[in-house]
Ligand binder design. Structure first.
Ligand code: ZN
Length: 372
């Protein structure tokens, strides 16, 4: 009985969930020329949902939303490509006749290839598969678009809750999103759920938003979407890309924004092996920078892959570290938490519970905009 009453008084954070998030089965990833099993699997979402529900968090269904906010942060061509590329792939017979059971690009129109030629959209689907994609690890299958759109709807629903006065809401987004730029996807991400949430908060009346990204990897997509904007601060603590880690080409300390966004971007790359002490000091520095931006609302990109046991990163953060970091971030203001990475299925649930427990311990003041 004691246990039951504890459960009722448990974690008071709405967990926004879309059943569609389970429909994306990437079927592995092509890394360095070989198709591996991959770690961004549907079971991640189930583990997270079940652990948070067991901790007493209410599960809130994601509401369907229109494309307006998505098209404010992404090129319409990227959205149309993601929505239609699987059907075109299937129509060309790639799965049935050639055993190509997922969309994987093989040619990428880099600036060096085009040399200033006008951009083209090749009519052949295998030619245009790389038009909006920048790696070989981010595969598309039959259920992918439904999951991608479900994750974005979860982000929009959580932003709506916070825009409507809730101090804290969590979107269980799968697939994750922080590697997606305005018009290019990769890194197991397809649409940028955190950017969508930040844009929705802006549309809902927040004058300034701060995105704090504690995934183990740099959120290059979120950074570039807001790089020239003063209204959305982006800050990230992550393993140093210069030490050999994805996304390799972005995430360095010298990247501080441009034009109107100069000074509204902050990267704190950390050495492989960094644990709680160094990581939490960086999170505190990031929070001080974000506070100086005077945000009306916060988006926390919660990647759980900085944990010591995670197979995808060399950082060594503990569950208690996540709890303390999330508490400090959520104290900055009303907070939308967006699920990013995190791949150790055995630890994922307890890490998420620790992080959201910390966030709930120090909710910021609510903001009173209009829900998007
Ligand atoms: Zn990550």
């Amino acid at each position: 009985m004691a246990r039951m009453s504890e459960q009722r008084a448990g974690l008071a954070v709405p967990v926004v969930w879309s059943e569609d998030c389970l429909r994306h089965e990437p079927g592995g990833e092509v890394w360095l020329g070989v198709r591996d099993e991959g770690t961004e699997v549907p079971a991640r979402a189930l583990v997270l949902r079940d652990a948070l529900a067991a901790a007493g968090a209410p599960i809130v269904p994601a509401r369907p939303h229109g494309d307006e906010i998505l098209r404010a942060v992404h090129d319409g061509g990227l959205l149309d490509h993601l929505a239609g590329v699987w059907a075109a792939w299937e129509k060309e017979g790639f799965p049935a006749q050639y055993g190509r059971d997922r969309v994987v690009p093989y040619v990428f129109p880099t600036p060096g290839m085009l040399g200033g030629l006008p951009p083209r959209t090749p009519p052949a689907v295998h030619g245009r598969a790389g038009l909006y994609c920048y790696d070989t690890m981010t595969l598309i299958g039959p259920g992918s678009w439904a999951a991608i759109r479900g994750a974005a709807d979860a982000a929009l629903t959580a932003a709506g809750l916070v825009g409507g006065g809730a101090p804290l809401a969590y979107a269980l987004c799968r697939p994750p999103g922080h590697h997606v730029t305005r018009d290019a996807y990769g890194g197991s991400c397809y649409l940028n759920n955190a950017a969508v949430a930040a844009q929705a908060l802006r549309a809902g009346g927040a004058g300034r938003v701060a995105v704090l990204d504690i995934d183990a990897h740099h959120g290059n997509g979120t950074q570039m979407i807001f790089y020239a904007r003063a209204d959305v601060f982006y800050g990230s603590v992550h393993v140093d890309p210069g030490a050999g880690w994805f996304p390799h080409y972005a995430g360095y300390a010298g990247e501080r924004g441009r034009d109107a966004g100069t000074g509204a971007n902050r990267n704190l790359p950390l050495a492989p092996g960094t644990g709680d002490e160094g990581w939490l000091a960086a999170v505190s520095a990031l929070c001080a920078d974000a506070a100086a931006h005077r945000p009306d609302a916060i988006v926390m990109s919660l990647g759980l892959d900085a944990a010591e046991s995670d197979p995808e990163s060399p950082l060594r953060v503990s569950a208690d570290g996540y709890r303390r970091a999330a508490r400090e971030i959520a104290a900055l203001g009303p907070t939308v938490v967006i699920q990013e990475g995190g791949y150790d299925l055995a630890a994922l649930g307890s890490l998420a519970v620790a992080a959201l427990t910390g966030a709930a311990e120090a909710p910021g003041p609510t903001f009173h905009g209009s829900a998007p």
